[in-house]
Write a protein of this length. Structure first.
Length: 220
């Protein structure tokens, strides 16, 4: 049985080799799934169809839409959008306060809403008295906040991947996000592995389950 003091006596290089060996022992060979492969093909086909249809629809709108239009439900549209934006700010603040992984998603959603807000403010206020205010609001407030949200999401993702790589015994600089493979998906396996149920992963690897601290025992 390994003495817990023995790793302390090892050199950093020896501990690195030990972590790599342990990571290889815990790694399981991904299993192919015909149902998963079928879902992958359906998903990719749906994405391709959506891209083609959307591209055609953009062309149709560009040709047929009038340059000016008197819209109905204007108040409801903008109030509803601002309520959604407020909800994104609240969710982002809650996730940051609780330090939850969902913060990454909240930041991306918030950045998307801020960019949409800036775009529609500037475009819809063009050639009106409020154009300058909308432009300054977009350039000085909404777009900078969106950039900060994206940068924070990127940093959190890189930090998460750095911890995962370190747990596997991999040291050195963290690669860029476009070069980091999906977690839990073997590079030699099809994309259908992405659709694996998280519950199945946790069943096969119960050690990955994060246990919430017992409030009663913590209080005691």
């Amino acid at each position: 049985m390994l003495d817990e003091q023995e790793p302390r006596r090892m050199s950093p290089q020896e501990r690195l080799h030990m972590r790599q060996g342990l990571a290889e022992l815990d790694e399981t060979e991904p299993r192919a799934s015909e149902a998963g492969e079928r879902r992958r093909k359906i998903l990719l086909a749906a994405i391709i169809i959506c891209c083609v249809v959307l591209a055609i629809w953009i062309g149709v709108l560009a040709v047929t839409l009038p340059r000016y239009y008197r819209a109905g439900g204007w108040r409801g549209a903008w109030v509803g959008f601002d309520v959604a934006e407020l909800g994104a700010f609240v969710a982002t603040g809650w996730a940051a306060w609780k330090r939850r992984q969902i913060l990454i998603i909240c930041l991306v959603v918030l950045a998307t809403l801020l960019c949409c807000d800036a775009w529609f403010d500037v475009v819809l206020d063009a050639r009106t008295k409020g154009f300058l205010f909308s432009l300054l609001s977009a350039v000085l407030i909404e777009l900078p906040l969106a950039a900060v949200a994206i940068l924070l999401a990127r940093r959190l993702m890189r930090t998460t991947n750095a911890m995962l790589l370190r747990s596997q015994g991999v040291c050195g600089p963290v690669p860029s996000l476009r070069k980091i493979p999906l977690v839990g998906v073997h590079p030699d396996r099809p994309l259908s592995d992405v659709l694996t149920e998280p519950g199945q992963l946790m069943t096969e690897h119960p050690e990955l389950t994060a246990q919430e601290p017992d409030s009663g025992s913590a209080a005691g």
